[in-house]
Design a protein around this ligand. Structure first.
Ligand code: M6R
Length: 612
């Protein structure tokens, strides 16, 4: 987590850094800071830091700002040391010759700190980052590149650093291991940042830095070398197709609300791209990979958080339509469980950011065990996308709200299309079934727009229940993951307790919670388990629980049993989670607003979890 940025060029560096940090703030917002230099003279750093959100730092930076051409910036998600001005980055070396921003963890920082203390260094903060700054400065004898190489050799852990020295004000360095860095290339100026959204206002030409690479940026040059042996590396410049408007709120009060409303368009664009002549195409998969994927003996799906819920839905799809045994795992469990993976198994990693530390580690573990790895990723060029054997992009566009909405939907529809493709290749789906599936999937964008029309009713429901502190979400089959996702959305942005449960498990414990105060959200669209779900709703009703249901249009039974119902149009069961989740996203959003929560930046969270 943490967002880092660096700039060198002819513009005024401070506004460039601040604008970049605005785009990176989703990665952490415990504190923010910048350090800048004037590239033509050797002088002390201009430094500004503040605890809290970027707005706190901005309010400090109002008048008489110096004109500087080189700078680094940071927005923090605290790991070592509480959120405070003292612990805010950038950090300086002992004599203030080096300034550095960091994303990651230097795992052996304590022993390095002790060693440096013995050599007379004094530390102001509790961070591992300050140790890195001191260590680089310790090795600095006029050549920053060499100092970084020597210092990094001593560090364990994972990091992305951007480093400047007041003695070499026309050079900016950055290097990485595990955590992401992208270089932005433009005429007479260069940028480096944790992700491309910070670069989009200035350039669409980027170079993705790989692990253990070190880049030196000057106004007119980009030089990349291996951190280890210093060997020069040539890298290609890629063009990104996201645009800066996609990363703006577009008239909505919050990114989350904007992203919820973008979902019909995301669905429509995904379908347009993937469905060609009544067949399904994935531009990034060649036929050899497709055949290997289709011949898999077993599928492991590995992901975290919301993406894990998409993985759970995917498991039902794989088993029903491809008939391959499928397991779904949380990345942080999978990587340490020594999973039994054979050659010929495939491991599917689902991730919006493509940078989640545990999912990346799971990918590396799977590759090492000989599996064929497929990443389903939103952020083009992200680490997981680059390291997997094959990648399918979800193309939801930048998702800025910490609570994932449109990326989840894009994951669901992409997985559904991929499953259909594999089902066809394995001859488990006939052409007539394919026709039915395609007819149903093509209706989804319109159907989703219809679901969104219930927003005023959902807002009214939130107004009735926003003071409640406990929510139970129940679902079965394809919509059991929807229950988990609805509960996750609610807890992460409202801070109320919400629990998702398999409805059939209710009588094994949670039914004890039901009384006339308990609100229960029931997912009851038409499905194979519809009647079982109705029985569960009857059981809650009999105990006077408050029932809000999500059901298929005109369902009188559900209507009779529920206090409120949000409707979804009729669809095939495998596509139903694409529609049922949307009222739950809106419900969570409005409950959060009514509780005055910071919807886009909920407490303690960050968008990409790049630490274990
Ligand atoms: O970038 P990823 O999809 O790998 O992120 C996984 C989770 O951290 C993420 O889905 C998280 O649970 C969301 N904030 C939930 O809304």
């Amino acid at each position: 987590m943490c967002g880092i940025i660096g700039y060198i060029g002819r513009r005024d560096a401070i506004p460039v850094l601040i604008k970049g940090l605005e785009h990176l703030e989703y990665r952490g917002y415990d504190s923010a800071g910048i350090a800048c230099l004037n590239s033509s003279t050797s002088s002390n750093f201009f430094i500004a830091k503040e605890k809290g959100k970027l707005s706190e730092l901005k309010s400090q930076l109002t008048k008489n700002l110096p004109h500087m051409h080189v700078g680094i910036g940071h927005t923090r998600w605290a790991t070592h040391g509480e959120p405070s001005k003292l612990n805010a980055h950038p950090h300086l070396g002992e004599k203030g010759r080096i300034a550095l921003v960091h994303n990651g963890i230097v795992e052996n920082y304590a022993e390095l700190k002790d060693e440096l203390k013995r050599k007379g260094h004094h530390f102001k903060s509790k961070t591992d980052t300050e140790v890195a700054a001191h260590l680089i400065e310790y090795y600095y004898h006029g050549d920053l590149r060499e100092a970084i190489r020597k210092a990094v050799r001593r560090m364990r852990g994972f990091f992305a650093f951007v480093v400047i020295s007041r003695d070499e004000p026309n050079r900016l360095f950055a290097c990485k291991r595990s955590n992401p860095l992208v270089i932005g290339v433009s005429a007479h100026e260069h940028f480096v940042a944790s992700d491309i959204s910070a670069l989009l206002p200035y350039t669409k030409k980027v170079i993705y830095l790989e692990d253990d690479e070190l880049v030196e940026l000057q106004e007119n040059t980009v030089t990349i070398t291996q951190l280890g042996n210093g060997r020069r590396i040539q890298k290609k410049v890629s063009e990104v197709n996201w645009n800066v408007d996609q990363a703006q709120k577009g008239g909505f009060k919050h990114f989350m609300l904007k992203e919820i409303h973008e979902q019909p368009r995301v669905l429509a664009e995904t379908l347009k791209k993937r469905i060609v002549d009544h067949d399904i195409e994935f531009d990034t998969l060649d036929s050899k990979i497709e055949r290997s994927l289709a011949n898999a003996k077993k599928v492991f799906i590995v992901s975290c958080g919301t993406a894990y819920h998409a993985g759970m839905v995917a498991r039902y799809m794989f088993e029903e339509y491809v008939r391959i045994p499928t397991e779904v795992h949380v990345s942080s469990e999978f990587r340490y469980a020594d999973p039994i993976i054979d050659k010929g198994d495939i491991v599917v990693l689902i991730t919006q950011s493509g940078e989640t530390a545990d999912t990346l580690a799971a990918l590396r573990e799977a590759k090492q065990k000989g599996a064929l790895t497929l990443a389903i990723v939103n952020v083009v060029g992200s680490t997981i996308a680059r390291e997997a054997d094959a990648v399918i992009y979800t193309h939801a566009g930048p998702e800025i709200g910490v609570a994932s909405t449109k990326a989840y939907l894009a994951q669901l529809v992409t997985v559904a299309l991929f499953v259909i493709k594999l089902g066809l290749l394995r001859k488990k789906i006939s052409r007539s079934v394919l026709s039915k599936l395609i007819d149903a999937v093509e209706k989804l964008p319109y159907q989703l727009s219809e679901v969104l029309k219930q927003e005023p009713d959902i807002r009214r429901a939130a107004r009735k229940f926003f003071r409640k502190k406990n929510f139970l979400y129940l679902g079965r089959g394809y919509n059991f993951p929807t229950a988990l996702e609805g509960a996750l959305k609610l807890k992460e942005i409202t801070y109320a307790h919400a629990h998702g449960y398999a409805a059939g498990e209710m009588k094994h414990g949670p039914i004890a919670l039901i009384d006339s105060e308990q609100l229960v959200v029931c997912l009851a669209p038409h499905s194979k388990t519809y009647e079982k779900m109705i029985s569960n709703i009857e059981e809650i009703h009999a105990r006077r629980g408050i029932i809000i249901s999500i059901a298929t249009s005109k369902d009188q039974t559900v209507s009779r049993l529920s206090r409120l119902v949000f409707w979804i149009p009729k669809t095939l069961e495998l596509f139903s989670p694409i529609l049922t989740v949307v009222p739950l996203q809106l419900f969570a959003y409005y409950v959060a607003i009514l509780n005055s929560r910071d919807v886009d930046q909920p407490r303690n969270l960050a968008k990409s979890v790049t630490v274990e």
